[in-house]
Design a protein around this ligand. Sequence first.
Ligand code: MG
Length: 384
Amino acid sequence: MKIVSVQGTVFTYPTFRSVDAAGHSHPGPEKQAKMAMITVSTDSGHSGYAFAPPEVIRPHVLEAFARKVLVGENPLMREKLWMALEHWQRGSAGQLTDRALAAIEQALWDLAGRVLGQPVYRLLGGYRDKVPAYGSTMCGDELPGGLSTPEEYAAFAQKLVARGYKAIKLHTWMPPVRFAPDPAMDIKACAAVREAVGPDIDLMLDGYHNYSRTDALRIGRALEALNFAWFEEMMNEQSMSSYAWLADQLDIPVLGPESLSGKHYSRGDWVKAGASDILRAGVPGVGGITPTMKVAHLAESFGMNCEVHGNGAAALTVCAAIKNTRWYERGLLHPFLEYDDVPAYLNRLADPMDHEGYVHLSQEPGLGEDINFDYIAAHTVQTY
Ligand code: MG
């Protein structure tokens, strides 16, 4: 079996999400957004698929790197192909990003599942068929009735508990919100949510990502008093020493790094430095499912959990393949948005959640995305 083609398909779909000046998602008026699908096909008639923003897997990325490395190769030799792509990153002048690498590798995993007739989480190891989810809120905003006050966070948290969530993570206010960042407001929101949901719901905070050490320590102490489960990305992750300084002083687990580059290699240094108590890796952020598994196994070797960043089929697949993660991140959630609505380009949700707060894995071959190929064909604006 050999790979014969790597194709990109850009299509439009309706969304109610807008992005602010700093890149954070918020509810907005309905508009058409663009998504790209990468398709890796073989001479055996099989194809694997992955979705990514169009700018991540733009024509140059597929032409200069993906096709060069993949075409003619056995698609099941994922480690070889990933290593070859990673080698290309150095000479790509920054054009072949970790996110592009992840999208290409994700399509290879989906292809492997479809070829072998198995859901990918079983190929990766298979630890469970359902994963408890935490509801992950959008960042705070200035929309009345949205997430603009501690009281609104508290009311929304109660709705999430009624929906079935047994854990909730707050993203609080960040610029360009006028009053952000504000440690006192973050602490008020966390206290209001704890008061609203009671002691039995797990809570986490992912606040402004550039607090100073002293502000971070102050917030962390407050979260300890509120019995929060972890404190995430409160400072710039490029300063590992600042995280080691903070983790050394706090009892609440410090979680990270999420946005730091360096794949599994940089996570190894964080473990050695004691810079976090729980490791973090997201499939797009570290360059694919395989490096995310390496981070998880690294964490396991040191008695640590690895919490997987982000939602979607690939993140859920990793969560179901390993033991040392507690939650799947479901979101981002907002009072004005209905997360359970199926995106137009899928036939059903990749992460359906029951009323006990468990997300169930698809038993279909591949990564578990039930793709609406007819919709994509009818809304395609570019192929390459
Ligand atoms: Mg985060």
